[in-house]
Write a protein that binds this ligand. Structure first.
Ligand SMILES: Nc1nc2c(c(=O)[nH]1)N[C@H]1C(S)=C(S)[C@@H](COP(=O)(O)O)O[C@H]1N2
Ligand SMILES: [Mo]
Length: 221
């Protein structure tokens, strides 16, 4: 029913031609894991590849930074809040065509956490993991160090809700929204790019909005 796998991929070329009307009728074959519409979601759709996700709060949320670093660290929500916060306002764009214009996201620059951890020479990429137990994402180190890549505590100027991946999600402003891992729990510095959940299923690691079709094996015309 969720249209994952082959059926979802078959729909992708249509989606890339931007057939909004097709999208309207094809929510069930969304290839990136649509599981429902958010009531009063302001244009957002709720995505989770995991069928249930534990709730985390002040007390039990932890973000681990490890891998090829000199100073591995574990942050509580409070520790993240006490770091300098950055706010960016950009359009959100899913590969399947839906878009939410001018959405504020705020949190800690990923580059700040990487500098605090001390990235070792030879490191090339980041692997992100999530407390849904399933999803993962990746960025190259230069991508991860951009000023518009945030470890977000706020979305739409409110704490990130559970549905949107709270209490902490990633926001990769220049890329398709699948890069913005929800329920973020791990940031691991790696020697090579380890493709994330959708990337293992054919989507681009370099998911620049407008300069990528979101899928590496689909011819670009
Ligand atoms: N952990 C996790 N993060 C995820 C996803 C997911 O299924 N699980 N889906 C991605 C996709 S494809 C999109 S479009 C956005 C959707 O974010 P939203 O549910 O806040 O609208 O989350 C991204 N991050
Ligand atoms: Mo998506």
């Amino acid at each position: 029913m969720l249209g994952l796998g082959a059926a979802g991929f078959a729909a992708a070329p249509y989606l890339q031609r931007g057939l909004e009307s097709f999208l309207g009728s094809a929510a069930g074959s969304d290839p990136t894991g649509l599981t429902g519409l958010l009531p009063n979601g302001g244009g957002f759709r709720y995505y989770s590849v995991a069928s249930s996700v534990p709730h985390k709060n002040e007390q039990n949320y932890r973000l681990k930074v490890d891998g090829l670093v000199d100073r591995p660290a574990t942050y509580t929500l409070d520790a993240l809040r006490r770091l300098p916060q950055t706010r960016v306002v950009r359009d959100v764009q899913c590969v399947t065509g839906w878009r939410v214009p001018s959405t504020p996201f705020a949190g800690v620059k990923l580059s700040l956490l990487l500098d605090a951890a001390g990235v070792r020479p030879g490191a090339k990429a980041i692997r992100f993991t999530c407390f849904d137990g399933t999803y993962s994402e990746s960025l190259t180190l230069p991508q991860a160090r951009r000023d518009d890549v945030l470890v977000c505590l706020q979305m739409q100027d409110k704490p990130v809700t559970h549905s949107h991946g709270g209490p902490v999600r990633l926001y990769v402003a220049p890329m398709y929204f699948y890069k913005s891992a929800k329920w973020l729990s791990g940031i691991s510095v790696t020697s090579d790019v380890q493709p994330g959940y959708w990337e293992e299923r054919g989507y681009d690691v370099d998911a620049w909005v407008g300069r990528s079709n979101g899928r590496s094996d689909t011819p670009t015309v």
